[in-house]
Design a protein around this ligand. Sequence first.
Ligand SMILES: Nc1ncnc2c1ncn2[C@@H]1O[C@H](COP(=O)(O)OP(=O)(O)OP(=O)(O)O)[C@@H](O)[C@H]1O
Ligand SMILES: [Mg+2]
Length: 195
Amino acid sequence: MLIQAEMQHKNVVSLITTFATSAQIHMIMELMSHSLRQKMISEGALCEKDASWILHDATNGIAFCHLHGVLHRDLKPENITISDHGTAKITDFGLSTNTKGLTACGTEQYKAPEIWAHEEQTTSVDMWSLGCIMFEALTKRLTFPQAKTSDMIAAIDSAKVSYPHSLSNVSKDLIQKLIVRKGGSRLTASQVRHT
Ligand SMILES: Nc1ncnc2c1ncn2[C@@H]1O[C@H](COP(=O)(O)OP(=O)(O)OP(=O)(O)O)[C@@H](O)[C@H]1O
Ligand SMILES: [Mg+2]
């Protein structure tokens, strides 16, 4: 919560205020129009143009967080939101931590292999998630569609993705540089911003 309050950037949803009742803590956030998940449900596979500006905006927000030593660790289509003005912003730092966290957390489909393997986590865990989100947004397929969790974890651990022919070479090339087993070999947010 405090982390999101500190992350003031045009591509990060603003935390306006917080207050506590006896049982709960309430967070008042900037109101967004809809999530990337909702856009994917209503429109199906995104066109490259939409995927590109959403990727660009989300990456700006992620780069800002990474620059300040903050990992998001729960990036997923629900946590990328879109404003009435057509700006994408990342939200939900509930599972965030300062860099080099070791606690297993995050949404299963988008979780990086080092999280499953209980290895050290760095900012590159978010870049893996971003690759999975882009794959799904552009293809309307899960990146790791294995029905059994153990099969999914094995596929994640080998970074084995089946790329459909419908995916353009440019998109495939970018996603292939994000869904890489070794965190240190993935593109950084700053590098994606300059692609
Ligand atoms: N500031 C916001 N404005 C509008 N919708 C939002 C905002 N923040 C979150 N949402 C949407 O509200 C819904 C619930 O969000 P919430 O963060 O509680 O759960 P989630 O992201 O789906 O899952 P999790 O429980 O893992 O966080 C999501 O669909 C999300 O996209
Ligand atoms: Mg959320």
